[in-house]
Design a binder for this molecule. Structure first.
Ligand code: NDP
Ligand code: BG6
Length: 494
């Protein structure tokens, strides 16, 4: 995989939660697994005043706590740590950039190359400033190697702001240099959706309206908003999860086969799905969208507070912590097949899965036990119990013709044994190697906002007086059951 170009990664917001829990542990695990191209340097920056040594000590702790692989020996850690340095400074101030340039100059002289991967891990309101300063300072144009930039989510908060950010990026970088991250695309099981569909001959012939009755996509979390109350107040479930992770999953399920598994062919096909999604009619929102907010309750046997009691959340907050949508892909393949998407915090189980529910058989010959014959269901389990299961009808042993559903189950852990790499490991490595297949393209992001803008506007205008409308530990508001029941379905609640 690796092309072994020496490179420097420059992380803005490096004193933050993302760098501590995800980025540095992922880079370490890649290094420890000998998959990170070498030589490399990781230049970290944030306002907090720290020396290189203090920053390395902090990161040693993070790696111990969060990395998939633990340091095999202090010598190996020391070799990795020698590539880490810290430049304190405010990313909104032009003064920081010449200092970064100076440090990079020294490093690149030793590396023998000026390949730069910038990473925006600050609050999103600062991306504009960072991009502008990277342009005006010349840091984005070393002229001596490749330059790329990874931009964290959320990418904008509506269509207008996403467009503005795309334009700002385009004023400094070309589209091929911009990597918009969606960590769901780096999950092994999400990548496996395309393998399942396009490396096996048996699924494609039934993957359409003739055989599929409906599709359910669930991303359920047991956690609340933890320490991110003030961020979440501005976001809500629709912006935080639906606009990115769930719509990406929908695209992977609904897309046509790309010509090759390369960035543009894959992303072109995903864009076609976005274009085929029927625009949401705000006058029929009650038939299409459901929102919820958790009140106090019990999750995993533990009493937990309601959303409005969380730190950083307004006592009368109208932010949704649950969202469900009924979408339709108006294409030859999917006409008439509803796609139900739901996501929420403080639900009973942490589970992300996709359910493909097939039609009933056209005629039932086993008349004496029609109840035993459920339609086939394929479940793609994204996490935590990664795998697939397919439910089929079988004859119960015995003299009578009694039927029973049985499940054919494939578990990643049992078959492959080894622990899967973290999503951030795969995505960082891809960006370092210049492969944007698993990143979102600018036009996709804009289309996702264009789809959801009517819902965001309507929900923003009309508060829901029933909030909080589900107890922590329940499967969301009852209106979500009605949403799917109108098409004769029920949610699979694993
Ligand atoms: P933080 O709020 O922890 O911010 C990261 C760093 O940015 C802080 O440590 C801070 O460093 C710096 N910063 C904050 N405010 C300012 C400011 N006004 N001016 C200059 N610098 C500032 O964010 P996270 O690390 O949690 O997230 C970073 C990005 O990643 C965000 O865009 C977030 O949405 C995204 N993300 C995060 C996830 C997570 O799990 N944390 C998950 C998915 C996405 P200092 O004070 O030292 O300057
Ligand atoms: C992030 C959201 O993008 O995804 C969080 O901002 C959410 O609110 C997280 O908790 C879920 O990711 P995962 O990988 O734990 O399913």
């Amino acid at each position: 995989m690796s092309v072994d170009d020496p490179f420097s990664m420059i992380i803005f917001g490096a004193s933050g939660d993302l760098a501590r829990r995800k980025l540095i542990p992922a880079l370490w695990s890649l290094y420890a697994a000998r998959t990170l191209p070498e030589p490399f340097a990781i230049v970290c920056t944030a306002r907090t005043d720290m020396s290189d040594g203090e920053f390395r000590t902090r990161m040693r702790e993070s790696v111990g706590e969060f990395a998939r692989l633990h340091p095999p020996s202090e010598q190996v850690w020391e070799r990795f740590a020698a590539a880490l340095c810290y430049v304190p400074g405010d990313p909104t101030s032009p003064d920081l950039y010449p200092r970064l340039e100076g440090r990079l100059g020294e490093i690149e002289a030793k590396l023998g190359a000026a390949n730069r991967l910038f990473y925006c891990a600050t609050p999103p309101s600062l991306y504009d400033d960072i991009v502008e300063h990277l342009g005006t300072s010349g840091l984005a144009h070393s002229g001596k190697g490749w330059t790329r930039i990874i931009v964290e989510k959320p990418f904008g908060r509506d269509l207008a702001s996403a467009r503005a950010l795309n334009q700002q990026l385009a004023s400094v970088f070309s589209e091929e240099q911009v990597y918009r991250i969606d960590h769901y695309l780096g999950k092994e099981t999400v990548q496996n959706i395309l393998v399942l569909r396009f490396a096996n001959g048996i699924f494609e012939p039934v993957w359409n309206r003739n055989h599929v009755a409906h599709v359910q996509i669930t991303v359920a979390e047991t956690i609340g908003v933890e320490t991110r109350g003030s961020y979440y107040e501005e976001a809500g479930a629709l912006r935080d999860m639906m606009q990115n992770h769930l719509l990406q999953l929908l695209c992977l399920i609904a897309m046509e086969p790309p010509v090759t598994f390369d960035a543009d062919p894959v992303r072109d096909e995903k864009n076609k799905v976005m274009r085929a999604l029927r625009p949401i009619d705000p006058t029929r929102l009650d038939q299409i969208a459901v929102r919820g907010q958790y009140g106090p309750g019990f999750v995993g046997g533990r009493r937990v507070p309601g959303y409005r009691e969380e730190k950083g959340v307004a006592p009368n907050s109208m932010t949704e912590t649950y969202a469900a949508l009924r979408l339709q892909v108006d294409s030859w393949r999917w006409a008439g097949v509803p796609f139900f998407l739901r996501t929420g915090k403080r639900l009973p189980n942490r589970v992300s899965e996709i359910v493909i529910r097939f039609h009933r058989t056209p005629h039932m010959i086993f008349r004496r036990d029609p109840a035993g014959v459920d339609p086939n269901v394929l479940v793609i389990r994204i996490q935590p119990d990664e795998g697939l299961d397919l439910t089929v009808a079988a004859k119960k042993p015995g003299p009578a013709m009694m039927l029973s559903p049985v499940t054919l189950d494939f578990k990643y852990g049992e078959v492959f044994g080894e622990e899967s790499p973290e999503a951030y490991e795969r995505l960082l490595l891809d960006a370092i190697n210049g492969d944007a297949t698993l990143y979102a393209r600018g036009d996709w992001v804009e289309q996702a906002w264009a789809l959801l803008d009517p819902v965001l506007t309507a929900w923003g205008r009309t508060p829901d007086p029933s909030f909080p409308n589900y107890e922590a530990g329940a499967w969301g508001p009852t209106a979500a059951d009605a949403l799917i029941a109108r098409d004769g379905g029920t949610w699979r609640n694993p």
